[in-house]
Design a protein around this ligand. Structure first.
Ligand code: NAD
Ligand code: MG
Length: 296
């Protein structure tokens, strides 16, 4: 067995100050400087999800992309959902999944639409020949200094994307999920320690943590596990396309004890762990990765 090098977590990835940058929402990982690391060249699988069939929302970039790459390298077939504007990021992910000899199924569309959420699940089931892992990871985050700046349209779009879509997707998927299947939700340190400028977003992350715990109890007897991942500040398109102020972005992650933001790749193994069969006693749990702050 090859020995693993000792890696210093402080020096492992870029730290602030970061270059000023902004992209129109929803943003592309391919246009960020530095480019986020989703494990493209580093994640090594060992068959932990061999034969599994996963649907990952927001699978084009960020945590969803890191999970998609890791799942494929662990032997799973993967369908990813994303917005049509994110096609360039999505195509990179599909190519990486196919390179592993797995099925990579791109299903673009807007999760704010209930009919689309149902269609998404149907297409994933058909295209993968079943479904046993659902990762509800897509989210909308837009910084607003004051509650007075949050329009009803803003509030509605955040709730639809972050709370309604998982509700619609889980309902559509449930009839297909056999015992041993699992659901993973991406929550946040914002669920426990909300920022003043993320009034609408932060409460959706508290709701995500809560539905994970409620559904875990409801679905335990059916053999379906439900867990959450709670990231701290992670270098993703969400942050450079309206999710953070320029001031916060330049110093992004610098306030954590590790002194830098996390990279999506650093959370990939958590998504794998929560989906793997050997985690069979973990349900209703929220696993964090926040550089030393904001733990669940
Ligand atoms: P990201 O921008 O890479 O991923 C978010 C994805 O959501 C997008 O790629 C997009 O495909 C999808 N999305 C948004 N609105 C959509 C819609 N209406 N229809 C379909 N897809 C839509 O950013 P990320 O940071 O990797 O976000 C992934 C998850 O991580 C989110 O749930 C986010 O709340 C959570 N999170 C992020 C951070 C962070 O610092 N980046 C911290 C805590 C939690
Ligand atoms: Mg994206």
């Amino acid at each position: 067995m090859a020995e693993q090098d000792l890696i210093d977590p402080v020096a492992r990835h870029p730290k602030p100050p970061f270059k000023k940058q902004s992209q129109p929402w929803p943003g592309l990982a391919g246009k960020m400087e530095p480019r986020p690391d989703h494990g493209e060249t580093s994640y090594e699988g060992s068959g932990r999800l061999a034969g599994r069939k996963a649907l990952i929302t927001g699978g084009d970039s960020g945590m969803g992309r890191a999970a998609a790459i890791a799942y494929a390298r662990e032997g799973a077939d993967v369908a990813i959902n994303y917005l049509p504007a994110e096609e360039p990021d999505a195509q990179e992910v599909i190519a990486l999944i196919k390179k592993e000899g797995r099925t990579g199924l791109p299903i673009p569309g807007d999760l704010k639409d209930e009919a689309f959420c149902k269609k998404l699940v149907e297409q994933a089931v058909q295209g993968l020949g079943g479904l046993d892992i659902i990762v509800n990871n897509a989210a909308r985050q837009q910084t607003r200094a004051s509650i007075l700046d949050v329009s009803s349209e803003d509030f509605d779009a955040t709730m639809k994307t972050n709370i309604y879509a998982p509700f619609w997707i889980i309902k559509a998927a449930l009839p297909h999920l056999k015992p041993g299947s699992c659901i993973v939700g991406t929550t946040s340190e914002q669920a426990y320690d909300p920022s003043p400028d993320l009034y609408d977003y932060a409460q959706t992350k508290a709701a995500t943590m809560n539905y994970v715990k409620s559904l875990a109890k409801q679905l335990a007897s059916k053999g379906i596990r439900v867990n959450g991942v709670a990231p701290g500040p992670i270098w993703t398109p969400l942050q450079v396309s309206g999710g953070a102020t320029m001031e916060k972005l330049e110093k992004f992650g610098g306030m954590t004890p590790l002194g830098r933001p996390g990279q999506p790749a650093e959370l990939a193994s958590i998504y794998v762990q929560l989906a793997a069969a050997d985690a069979s006693y973990a349900t209703g749990q929220v696993y964090g990765a926040a550089g030393g702050s904001g733990q669940p």
